[in-house]
Design a protein around this ligand. Structure first.
Ligand code: HPA
Length: 251
């Protein structure tokens, strides 16, 4: 994923279905506190292939923190404080694009933020100046290329493009909301892509998203969405995601 001496450990933020990372050779665990509060879980340090990695479970371990209640600022700040400068955010998502059905893996290239009321910037309070970071390309091009190469080499069903719609949750969307997202140009929908990506950008970190489709988005299949359907898709799909992470860390 990166030259370790230059870039330090890679941070992996695991979402639904990835609260632990089996292939990780754990070397330590650290409960960190930040000026933004507590991250979702202790940081787990270890090695994946040749790469040193810091793993953080976005929803806590066990999985208990709702998407709109994750302290994204504390999570990103804690990773930064641990020396992480490259972050892979793993997200379970619903598929909107006709090629992006359950089990499909996507390395998106764009994001639209529909979330509200989340702590979504580090630039807050009594500051000396205003700052407007560039966010034209929310995902790091080099990190995307590495994930895409790893997915290609493993022959997994995946797409190297996609616009991620970040919705508020925790409820799923209505069929009309999904049609609107589609008109907006969105290919995937999930609840955790933002503000994680922008917070990493504000700290000058490289950020990339690795998304696993676990259901057709609302109205895109002939049935309603059930948790059973999502859970059934997560386990087999996450093995592909883990394979990509392992292969990309061998770079
Ligand atoms: N919508 C929003 N978030 C999701 C979905 C969805 O259909 N599936 C998994 N996360």
């Amino acid at each position: 994923m990166s030259s370790e001496s230059e870039r330090g450990p890679v941070g992996i933020i695991g979402g639904t279905g990835l609260t632990t990372l089996a292939g990780l050779k754990i070397t330590g665990e650290e409960a960190r506190s930040t000026s933004w509060g507590e991250p979702s879980a202790p940081l787990v340090q270890g090695r994946l292939g040749h790469q040193s990695v810091v793993f953080l479970s976005r929803h806590g371990n066990p999985h208990r923190i709702q998407p709109h209640q994750v302290n994204y600022r504390a999570n990103i700040q804690a990773l930064y404080d641990a020396g992480v400068r490259t972050v892979v955010g793993v997200n379970a998502v619903g598929g909107i694009h006709p090629d992006m059905g359950p089990a499909h893996i996507v390395v998106p290239d764009q994001i639209i933020d529909y979330t509200w009321g989340r702590g979504s910037t580090f630039f807050e309070g009594d500051l000396e100046e205003t700052t407007h970071i560039d966010f034209t390309w929310p995902y790091d091009a080099d990190a995307r290329a590495i994930l895409i190469a790893a997915a290609t080499a493993r022959g997994l069903p995946f797409s190297d493009f996609g616009v991620y719609a970040a919705t508020q949750g925790p409820r799923l969307e209505t069929a009309a909301e999904i049609r609107r997202l589609e008109r907006d140009g969105c290919d995937l929908v999930g609840m955790t892509g933002m503000p994680e990506a922008v917070l990493a950008a504000e700290l000058g970190m490289r950020y990339v998203c690795l998304a696993l489709v676990v259901n057709w988005a609302a109205g895109k299949s002939d049935h309603i969405i059930t948790m059973e359907e999502i859970e059934a898709a997560i386990e087999p799909g996450m093995s592909g995601v883990k394979g990509i992470l392992e292969a990309s860390m061998a770079e």
